[in-house]
Design a protein around this ligand. Sequence first.
Ligand code: FE
Length: 344
Amino acid sequence: MIRTSALLALGAALTLTACSGSSDDAGSKAPLIVYSSRNEQLIKPVFDRYTQDTGQPIQFITGKEGPLLQRMRSEGQGSPADLLITVDAGNLWKAASDDLLRPAQSETLDDRIPAHLRDPESRWYGLSVRARTIIHSTERVDPESLSTYAALADPEWDDRLCLRTSQKVYNQSLVAMMISAQGEQAAEAVVRGWVNNLAAEPFSNDNAVMEAIVAGQCDVGIVNTYYFGRMQRTDPDIPLALFWPNQDSELGDIRGVHVNVSGAGIAASTDQFEAAQAFLEWLAGPEAQEILADGNLEYPANPTVPSDPLVKAWGDFVPNVINVSEAGKLQPDAVRLMERAGYH
Ligand code: FE
């Protein structure tokens, strides 16, 4: 009864979408209900495939991560949610620390997803990996002059750097990982250096950073690679290139390229734990991994699954393998640090 009324309440504000299943027994199983901050275009093909393969119907709502988590919190144990899918380890960490997620008990999941890309307490699992790396003009920057995120604070880059706003969780996670690697003082010195080197006020999104570089407003920036991939797909000759920083393990700020995840966890409110876990296991398997990663030009979290050819062409890199949950834990410190450093 709680379930039904909660669903009705939900339907008033957000559309609950059912995936079409062609399988004969699709009608005989109770639907799994997924709350997702990933958009319908990306996740619906994955859900449809699962329903076709297994007969398990899936209903979902999509929304921004903040309101979705808020909804789960206010619905509490009466929430109809069986699973949460969201972007950024910071958000997943928050959901877990607010007790919105229930630990999985699955060797399959632990086998499929590397340890640094999942919650040490099994409450969430990374499903796709997003690398946040340096992007530069191919016309005005010799890649030889690049090395680390920290080096973008050097005087050489004065008036040549563009960044996205610090309000975005992506940069909060990046700075959190810098704090994790080298401590708060050193991380703050770097962020202050970045602010000194800015050629323009921070931009609202990664695309604007890349457009500013193309327009000659600045020469280097930091972006998630899939944004570059989308641009490159429409304009293969765009005068931009990715650079993999921090590849030398001796360097202090973050050991390897900063990676984050989009991921999922079983909702604490679920009354279908086994079905939810089976679906999560499938999401970590090859079929779903390919659709999930390629759909947004990200990297599959499951290392046995190959990347999209366009992504593969960017070459291999050493990622930072510190557990991504650190980004969540240190996020409040990162936000305060950026505030102090004048990075808005
Ligand atoms: Fe994004």
